[in-house]
Design a protein around this ligand. Structure first.
Ligand code: ATP
Ligand code: MG
Length: 424
């Protein structure tokens, strides 16, 4: 019996270990399948089916291998326990038989002992089986708990003075920010003051830190201590919930949930009235299109419903932010897939409802941000030029150059359209 206990505990440890490897391998397998399926159009467009299949084969084989390693232990367990149990019987038979013949114990006592031993063997084996099952379970539980017990890196400090709403003043004071400690900073020495109700635009080449700057305001990434102030308070002294509730954020990569269009728009404001939802959709210039969908605003998006174009997605994301009626609105290149005329209409609508609200807008199309109170030209994480449209034009720097180029492009575009209309 002690041998059986010893074997069971040793095997339990082995099973735990190997089952963890099996689960890890299974997770790699499902992740690979999920990725190849969600990227199926890219895979096909680049004719990479065979390559993806090869990758899947490889991971599949690994999974089979891990399972075999587990089964080898698992398969050996019962025969070994049986062997030990029966070895016990042999020893008892041998020793007990001798004792019975010698008359040290009675035949009745011997038979009783044998029977008890027989009764005990099965529960011991069953216990071993259960212990192994528990080990598999605990291996899985360990993996789940690793995720459930993760503490968010960005969390409220204890005992913060509560606030209900922000006014919309944002101040960067000599802010330098790196995504990882020791890596090159994505923003360097940023000093900007945005007053409540101001319209501030950020422009600059790709990869120069525009989105980074936007992400720091709702603390999606944590700014360094003492360099970012909201309403005059250090940002870490403001509870995260009201901070984020005061901000309407339309990220560069639009994300919509696989549910109805309405659910996507009322996402953070489920009590919104029908009228408010329709109005938000109207300002985002998506209401007419929504009406043409099979179920109107109740149409499902995604696999089970319709697939939206990039511009439609962007406008639904904007309607979601409009419905919030936030004190601060951040639009990170949120109209990049919308044509110029529609964009202009959206800006006009936004201008009406966002009067008095702080607006931070990233855009590559300078014509849409000409009216901004302040335009920040970023380059390589640093502010190169700052001022309103007129001032930047008269400076004759980067902004002026890009603006002139875009104007010529727009004019050519208009001319082309005129000519093609004429030809028709
Ligand atoms: N989550 C992240 N982790 C690490 N580095 C990042 C992360 N996001 C951005 N970066 C880096 O920070 C720099 C600035 O990126 P950012 O997204 O702010 O540029 P951007 O100006 O918004 O560009 P674009 O016009 O293409 O949107 C880039 O060098 C980028 O590689
Ligand atoms: Mg960006």
């Amino acid at each position: 019996m002690p041998f059986i206990a010893l074997v069971t505990t040793r095997f339990a440890r082995l099973v735990h270990h190997r089952f963890e490897s099996v689960q890890a391998s299974f997770s790699r397998l499902t992740e690979q399948i999920r990725e190849s399926l969600s990227g199926i159009r890219v895979v096909k467009a680049f004719a990479q089916e065979e390559y993806e299949k090869g990758k899947l084969d490889h991971i599949g084989e690994e999974y089979v291998g891990e399972n075999l390693r587990l089964i080898k232990v698992w398969g050996m367990f019962f025969p070994l326990i049986m062997l030990l149990a029966n070895l016990g019987t042999v020893i008892v038979l041998w020793l007990g038989g001798m004792e019975t013949i010698l008359g040290t114990i009675t035949a009745g006592g011997f038979v009783a002992f044998m029977t008890y031993l027989g009764i005990l063997a099965w529960p011991m084996m069953a216990l071993g089986w259960v212990i192994n099952l528990i080990q598999r379970g605990s291996a899985s539980m360990g993996r789940i708990n690793k995720i459930l017990n993760t503490q968010p890196e960005i969390a409220d400090r204890p005992r913060l003075r509560p606030i209900t709403k922000l006014e919309g003043k944002i101040e960067f004071r000599d802010l330098t920010f790196s995504y990882k400690p020791g890596s090159l900073p994505a923003l360097k020495g940023i000093t900007v003051q945005v007053n409540p109700g101001e319209f501030v635009a950020i422009v600059g080449r790709t990869g120069t830190g525009k989105s980074t700057l936007c992400n720091l305001i709702p603390r999606l990434f944590d700014p360094p201590n003492g360099h970012l102030f909201m309403d005059g308070r250090e940002i870490h002294a403001i509870p995260i919930k009201p901070l984020r509730e005061s901000i309407g954020y339309v990220p560069q990569d639009t994300f919509l949930f696989s549910t109805t269009i309405r659910e996507n728009i009322v996402f953070r404001n489920p009590k919104a009235s029908e009228e408010e939802v329709v109005n938000a959709a109207r300002i985002a210039q998506i209401d007419e299109e929504i009406r043409t969908f099979p179920m109107g605003i109740e149409t499902l998006i995604g696999e089970k419903g319709i697939t939206l174009s990039g511009g439609q997605k962007q406008r639904i994301a904007i309607a979601r932010a409009i419905l919030l009626n936030p004190q601060i609105m951040i639009l990170d290149d949120a109209l990049s897939s919308v044509d110029t005329q529609t964009e202009e209409r959206i800006w006009n609508g936004l201008g009406e409802i966002l009067g008095g609200k702080t607006r931070i807008v990233v855009s590559h199309r300078l014509s849409s941000i000409k009216e901004a109170d302040k335009i920040i030209v970023l380059d390589d994480g640093e502010i190169m030029e700052m001022g309103d449209h007129q001032r930047l034009l008269s400076m004759g720097g980067v902004y002026a150059k890009i603006y002139r180029r875009q104007q010529i492009e727009e004019e050519l575009d208009r001319e082309n359209r005129r000519v093609s209309l004429h030809a028709r």
